[in-house]
Design a protein around this ligand. Structure first.
Ligand code: SF4
Length: 369
């Protein structure tokens, strides 16, 4: 990552520290920027009278705001970098610090994918079928079919989305894509998202039936996997760091869906479940966890509620239960399932396993609203 081309916007933070005369602040930075944290701490301590403590535990999102422990330490303000505010209150005054990257990739490498995906969306619009009248086997096939499975479409617009460091590019890309002949929309999501076009690994609430395919501006496949699992819509990726374009292959999504299908089948005879509750403020889904416990009881099965700050195989594999249901960050079950000795499934997958949800409705991503 070329850090010289990132803008860290520390000025607003330092102004707030001076105005409030803060003496001790906490800095929380994403994993990719931890190497630069000491330099930032030096800058803040030189330019203001505050001392800075780095919240050095892993941090993967604004769901993970440091809170009570920092308060006990006497921290007056948390500076959270690289993620945007979400609909949670950590109980601590928090300043969100934007990080933007100045890379502005060429559009041309991604245009062939976008043309191909638009055709696919147009075809799908004319072939929409009702999710009724399937045999059990057909319904299970539909569950794993990333191409056939989709929410109803009423248009084939191009949804333009990005990860937070690149969102400033969206208005300019909107115009460039319209000039290239696409009907473009920048989706606006729910309360967990702060900006138009923003997506998180756990929230794609801007999706709507007018969007037939997507362009994602960002790097890596974390967000694209979630968005395609959630919507079943074709997605092209343009990486502002490298200028490279590719698509999120539907074969890859189908491989994930087959893995999810296997896990659902494997818990059908399970009698005892550990129900994981995330302790991080933006991952805590207590009501959902309790609903899972009640649902298991209704089916004559036992659910044990396990609250954790971090989830990892070494922290849960040893419990004498048959399987786990995860209500913390949804990506733990989806991206990391192979690391666990016992099946680790999402709440929706448990509902399918218990027959509370139908296969033919297709895969439902575990979104945190
Ligand atoms: S819950 Fe998971 S996917 Fe969502 S913001 Fe937090 S770490 Fe990212």
């Amino acid at each position: 990552m070329d850090l010289d081309r990132h803008d860290f916007e520390l000025d607003e933070l330092m102004e707030r520290i001076r105005t409030n005369d803060n003496r001790l602040i906490a800095l929380q930075v994403p994993e990719g920027l931890k190497m630069q944290a000491l330099e930032m701490m030096d800058t803040i301590e030189t330019e203001t009278s505050a001392k800075v403590v780095l919240a050095a535990d892993p941090c993967y999102g604004a769901c993970d705001l440091v809170h009570d422990k920092m308060q006990l330490m006497g921290v007056e303000l948390v500076a959270h970098m690289g993620h945007s505010q979400m609909n949670i209150d950590s109980g601590m005054p928090t300043q969100f610090i934007n990080v933007t990257y100045d890379g502005d990739p060429e559009l041309s490498p991604v245009l062939p994918w976008l043309n191909q995906h638009r055709k696919m969306a147009q075809q799908r619009m004319t072939q929409q079928e009702e999710a009724d009248g399937f045999s059990e086997e057909e319904a299970q096939e539909r569950f794993m079919d990333a191409v056939g499975r989709m929410a109803p479409l009423n248009d084939t617009k191009l949804g333009l989305v990005g990860s937070i460091q690149h969102l400033h590019l969206l208005p300019e890309f909107h115009d460039r894509l319209e000039k290239a002949g696409f009907d473009v929309t920048i989706p606006i999501g729910g309360a967990r998202l702060s900006f138009p076009g923003q997506v998180l690994g756990c929230n794609y609430s801007g999706d709507d039936p007018s969007i037939g395919h997507y362009l994602f501006l960002g790097s890596g496949d974390f967000h694209p996997i979630g968005l395609v699992l959630h919507t079943g819509k074709p997605l092209a990726m343009l990486d502002p760091y490298t200028g490279d374009a590719e698509e999120m292959s539907l074969e890859r999504i189908e491989r994930i869906l087959r893995q999810r299908f296997g896990l659902i089948m494997s818990v059908q005879d399970a009698q005892t479940f550990g129900i994981l509750i995330g302790e991080k403020p933006g991952q805590m889904r207590r009501t959902l966890a309790l609903r899972m416990k009640r649902m298991l009881a209704k089916h004559g099965k036992k659910g044990y509620l396990l609250a954790l700050e971090h989830v990892g195989p070494e922290l849960i594999d040893f419990y004498p239960v048959d399987a786990f249901v995860n209500t913390a960050c949804p990506r733990i079950a989806i991206d990391d399932a192979v690391r666990y000795r016992k099946p680790l499934i999402t709440p929706f997958e448990l509902e399918v396993a218990l027959g509370e949800k139908k296969w033919e409705l297709g895969y439902q991503f575990d979104e945190i609203p």
